[in-house]
Design a protein around this ligand. Structure first.
Ligand code: NCD
Length: 339
């Protein structure tokens, strides 16, 4: 999706300009009254979203669906390869030819990097990438950056010169792959990459960051990486992408952020983020629940922002931003418990 969003796919963050990102954010701001259930709009009345998730998902799938519903559209879901005709040997391209006849826009998550691009090449309607293998997760990156901006604004700060620590599985984490590229649109970002050597950020991403004039520091120990950060972005070991469960198990619980470590190594007010889900099983706990009451823990604000960003993307892609102001009314139901 480039400058002119209408009818465009969003497959990667590559090709997004800073101006385009800012457009998404300003439309996301317009969505707050709807997401907070103060106002109702029906600008997408009659439109259908094909929400196709061929990998586990809670937030991404449900927030895409709710975002479409909040704009007045209907959602049809396909979940799991085993319940679709892909299990009968149908190609992604044929599935795309058929399903794009039933939908106005499609969101797809797939375990294979590049599969969503292939699907999009045969689709007659715009396709938004909900995560393709270890490759990219562009809407997560947009909601992460939107969250970073809001968290920084609350402290009276902007994005330029931001210092961010990304910790955990930087090799297989598609959210990280998209986030570093989108952050690089802003000047002089300082990246602190904290991971075991085997789970380091793939070199191509690192090279691109350096080529863009950003500072990149690799750390194999937690303490040194956390010290210099304004934001710490924690990630889960992407077990499902490892060649074997035994290999993934070697990295479980290796890097953890908890209250004790935060107090010892992070500057006060260091914002804590995580794309979620966090692995709360014993032995993993990369982000401990003992930080849950900390005001700098932004993970649930981050998840809430996902609805705003996805509403904005649908409104831009289906070209209804201009129609919003003519199609607004107050909600009729009880909403007092929400806030
Ligand atoms: C992420 C994903 O699926 O890539 N989750 C999400 O969409 N919020 C991160 C993860 O699964 O660890």
């Amino acid at each position: 999706m480039v400058k002119d969003f209408a009818g465009q796919h969003l497959l990667s963050v590559q090709g997004l300009s800073r101006e385009a990102v800012e457009t998404v954010f300003s439309v996301a701001d317009l969505m707050v009254p709807f997401a907070e259930r103060r106002m109702v709009t029906r600008v997408l009345e009659g439109a259908i979203l094909g929400n196709m998730f061929f990998e586990p998902s809670t937030r991404t799938r449900v927030s895409f669906g709710c975002a479409f519903n909040l704009l007045g559209g209907e959602v049809r879901e396909t979940i799991g390869v085993e319940s679709s005709s892909l299990a009968k040997g149908e190609s992604l391209e044929d599935t795309a030819r058929v399903l794009s006849g039933y939908s106005d826009v499609i969101v797809m998550r797939h375990p294979e990097g590049g599969a969503v691009d292939r699907f999009a090449s045969a689709s007659r309607v715009p396709v938004l990438n909900g995560g393709d293998g270890a490759r990219e997760h562009p809407t997560q990156a947009l909601l992460d950056l939107y969250t970073i901006r809001r968290e920084r604004a609350a402290l009276g700060l902007g994005l330029d010169g931001l210092r961010i620590a990304l910790m955990g599985d930087l090799r297989y984490g598609r959210a990280v792959h998209s986030l570093v590229q989108i952050l690089a649109l802003y000047p002089a970002i300082e990246f602190h990459l904290i991971s075991p050597p085997e789970l380091a950020l793939p070199e191509a991403y690192e090279d691109a960051l350096r080529a863009g004039g950003h500072q990149v520091h690799r750390h194999h120990a937690l303490a040194s990486g956390l010290q210099a950060a304004d934001i710490v972005y924690v990630t889960r070991t992407q077990e499902e992408r490892f060649p074997s469960p035994e290999e993934a198990a070697r990295y479980r619980g290796l890097f953890r952020l908890n209250q004790e470590i935060y107090t010892a190594h992070c500057a006060p007010n260091t914002v804590i983020m995580h794309p979620l889900p966090r692995d709360s099983r014993a032995g993993a706990q990369e982000l401990d629940a003992d930080l849950d009451a900390h005001p700098a823990l932004a993970i649930f604000r981050q998840a809430d922002n996902g609805v705003l960003i996805r509403m904005a993307l649908f409104a831009l892609c289906l070209d209804v931003v201009g129609a919003l102001e003519k199609d607004v009314r107050p909600v009729r139901w009880y909403t007092g418990g929400r806030r």
